[in-house]
Design a protein around this ligand. Structure first.
Ligand SMILES: [Zn+2]
Length: 221
């Protein structure tokens, strides 16, 4: 799924707080007029927090910075899977498990707009095709750089690989630390949340699943 760069009829409007499209970079996912709207909204948040609580100099450019930053953090919406893969699908006679462990990711939780981050572990049992190893972290990134919940991100990575490579089985395990729980002190001991999605033989065949889990056993993240 590739999101259009929305508001593509870029009208030169000035928002109520004085932001205009010309103040922003062209953007990847968010175009300049969308960024002006975001900046305007962040400005409203700052006003609501109250000028008496703010350092006017420090926060003056905050709305602009946040709008530019969100474009980067949400760039996963604009990635074209075809381009990302760039022909890195290969026909091979290989029927052993392929595992890529500890892929670092950074995402934004859609409930609080705060980061969650950690590691994704991806495994698949090829049928006739394999994907270039360097592409798997980029697939993880494509889904992480969106507004997410960890459960859905895990499933999306697995489903994407399943439709892409049509393997005998695929498994994805994600360990994430969510700032919205950690900062509030909800989970202090072990802040990681673990989610998994298994399909095909990694779900149905205990030996294959065990082999995948064995690969992950000594992964300390
Ligand atoms: Zn959250």
């Amino acid at each position: 799924m590739v999101a259009e760069n929305h508001n593509s009829n870029d009208v030169a409007v000035v928002t109520s707080n004085g932001y205009k499209p010309s103040m922003f970079n062209a953007g990847v996912t968010l175009n300049p007029s969308t960024k002006a709207q975001i900046a305007d909204s962040v400005n409203e948040i700052l006003k609501a927090i109250g000028p008496e609580n703010l350092d006017p100099q420090g926060t003056e450019r905050t709305p602009l910075r946040v709008a530019e930053l969100f474009d980067e953090l949400l760039s996963g919406y604009s990635i074209d899977p075809e381009q990302l893969l760039n022909g890195a699908l290969f026909d091979v006679e290989y029927d052993q498990l392929v595992v890529v462990k500890s892929i670092e990711f950074y995402s934004l939780c859609e409930h609080h707009l705060l980061p969650f981050y950690g590691y994704a572990h991806v495994g698949y049992l090829p049928d006739k095709k394999v994907v270039g190893l360097s592409k798997i972290p980029r697939i993880v990134d494509m889904f992480a750089r969106r507004l997410q919940v960890q459960e859905r991100m895990t499933q999306e990575i697995a489903s994407f690989l399943d439709s892409l490579i049509d393997p005998k089985g695929v498994g994805v395990v994600v360990e994430g630390t969510h700032m919205c729980t950690v900062m509030r002190g909800v989970r202090k001991q072990d802040p990681r949340m673990v989610t998994s999605a298994v399909m095909g033989s990694l779900r149905d065949n205990a030996a294959t699943r065990d082999e995948f889990m064995e690969h992950l056993r000594n992964t300390s993240v």
